[in-house]
Design a protein around this ligand. Structure first.
Ligand code: GTP
Length: 365
C-alpha cells in the first residue's frame, strides 16, 4: 500500500490573523479546506494510508477528519514542540507500516501543485533513488534556495538564496513534495528540531546519496502568503490549477446558502462562503469571502480575504487586505494593500482612507 506524510504542524505566521485559530492547511480554499484538496490528490495517486505530522492546533485536524468515511487510513503524529520539517518527517515515520525499502510520499501542507504523483513515484523507483524531490522552475530565483541537477537529474547541491546574478546557477527550486525511501527517513535524528532543506538533504548529497530531482513545468504555488493564498484559491476556481474537489472552471464559487444581490459582480475566481450576504453593486474580484460575512452595497473587495463572521460596510474598498474573523469595517473605508485587520476589530465609518475623502468630516470641531 502506498503511504504518505503531510507536514501540517507549522504556525503559518505569514497568514495571520487567518491562522490565529485555524492551521493553514485547514483554511478554506476554493470551497474545501486545503488539506482536503491534498487528500483527494493523494487518493487519486493510489495512497491508502496518510500520516498527518501535526503540532500547532493539532486537535483541529482530528476534528476535521473525525467523520471522514472514504477509503483512506489516517494517522496523527503529534509533536509537543515543533520538530521542524525533518524532525516532523522522522516522527511521523514511526506510524508508517511499510518496509525499509518502500517509497513514502511527503507533502508540505501548503503547496498547490499540478505535479503527477504517480510519475514522481515511478521516476523514484526507476532510478532506485533514496530521495526524489519535485523541483519547479521560477522566473526569479533570488527569493529561493536553488537545487541544481546534472543531466541525469541527480542533485548536485542545495544552495542558499543567491545574492548575485552569478549565483543564480539554475532556476530550479524545491517544490515541497518528496519521495523518501523509508530507511532514509528513519535515519533522520528524532530527538531535536531538524530542517530537511538545510540539514537532511545537503548531508545526503555530501555523502554521495542517490538524491534526484523531478523537474516539471506543472502549475505550482506556495500558498504561504496572503496574496498567494487568494491567487491559489482563484486559480482552482478558474481552472488554472486543478483539484479533484473542484468542478469545471468558473468565474466564481458561490455557496448555495449565500445570498448575492443580482447586481453584484463576483469575478476572477472569487469564493463566497456559506450564508454570506453580498449587497447590491458590490464587486468581489479574485477574493475569498468567508462564511457568514456581510458585504454592504457598493463595496469593492479585490485580492483580499475576509474571514468568517465579519462585516464590510457600504462603499468600503479592500485591496490585498486580510480581515480576521468577527471584524467590523464600517462604511466608506478604504483599506490599503498589505493591511491585516485583527480578529474582532471595529473600524468606524470613514475610519481609514488612502485617498482624500469627499464625505463630510464626522467630528464636531
Ligand atoms: P510561516 O510561519 O508563515 O512560515 O508558515 P509555516 O509555519 O507553515 O512554515 P513553512 O511554510 O516553512 O512550512 C512548510 C510546511 O512544513 C508547512 O506545511 C508546515 O505546516 C510544515 N511545518 C513547518 N514546520 C513544521 C514543524 O515543526 N512540524 C511539522 N509537523 N510541520 C512543520
Amino acid at each position: 500500500m502506498q503511504e504518505a506524510i503531510i507536514l501540517v504542524g507549522g504556525k503559518g505566521t505569514r497568514l495571520r490573523p487567518l491562522t490565529n485559530h485555524t492551521p493553514k492547511p485547514l483554511l478554506n480554499v476554493a470551497g474545501s479546506s486545503f488539506i482536503r484538496h491534498q487528500i483527494a490528490k493523494l487518493m487519486d495517486a493510489g495512497v491508502g494510508h496518510v500520516v498527518f505530522a501535526t503540532s500547532y492546533l493539532a486537535t483541529l485536524f482530528e476534528d476535521e477528519f473525525r467523520d471522514f468515511s472514504q477509503d483512506l487510513d489516517i494517522s496523527y503524529a503529534v509533536e509537543d514542540v515543533p520538530l521542524g520539517t525533518g524532525g516532523a518527517i522522522r516522527n511521523a515515520g514511526r506510524l508508517l507500516r511499510g518496509g525499509p525499502d518502500d517509497p513514502v510520499l511527503i507533502l508540505n501542507g501548503d503547496i498547490l501543485s499540478g505535479v503527477d504523483l504517480r510519475d514522481l513515484l515511478a521516476g523514484h523507483r526507476e532510478r532506485d533513488a533514496e530521495v526524489t524531490l519535485h523541483l519547479t522552475r521560477v522566473a526569479d530565483p533570488r527569493a529561493f534556495g536553488l537545487v541544481p541537477t546534472d543531466d541525469h537529474g541527480r542533485v548536485l547541491s542545495f544552495l542558499e538564496k543567491p545574492k548575485t546574478a552569478e549565483e543564480c546557477v539554475t532556476d530550479q527550486i524545491n517544490a515541497g513534495c518528496y519521495v523518501f525511501r523509508r530507511s532514509v527517513l528513519d535515519a533522520i535524528p528524532g530527538d531535536r528540531e531538524v530542517s530537511v532543506e538545510q540539514e537532511t538533504f545537503p548531508r545526503l548529497v555530501a555523502r554521495g546519496g542517490r538524491v534526484y530531482g523531478h523537474t516539471t513545468a506543472d502549475y505550482w504555488r506556495d500558498l504561504g502568503t496572503p496574496l498567494a493564498f487568494v491567487h491559489g484559491s482563484a486559480d482552482l476556481i478558474t481552472g488554472l490549477a486543478r483539484s479533484p474537489l473542484v468542478g469545471p472552471p468558473a468565474e466564481a464559487l458561490i455557496h448555495p446558502t449565500a445570498q448575492v444581490d443580482p447586481t453584484a459582480r463576483i469575478l476572477g475566481g472569487s469564493a463566497i462562503g456559506a450564508h454570506a450576504v453580498v449587497g447590491p453593486d458590490v464587486v468581489v474580484d479574485r477574493a475569498i469571502v468567508g462564511a457568514h460575512v456581510t458585504i454592504g452595497a457598493g463595496a469593492r473587495i479585490e485580492e483580499s480575504v475576509v474571514d468568517h463572521d465579519s462585516t464590510i460596510g457600504a462603499r468600503s474598498v479592500l485591496r490585498e487586505a486580510v480581515v480576521g474573523c468577527h471584524a467590523e469595517v464600517g462604511a466608506d473605508n478604504e483599506l490599503p494593500a498589505q493591511l491585516r485587520l485583527a480578529c474582532g476589530i471595529r473600524i468606524p465609518a470613514q475610519g481609514v482612507r488612502v485617498s482624500g475623502t469627499a464625505v463630510a468630516c464626522p467630528t464636531v470641531h
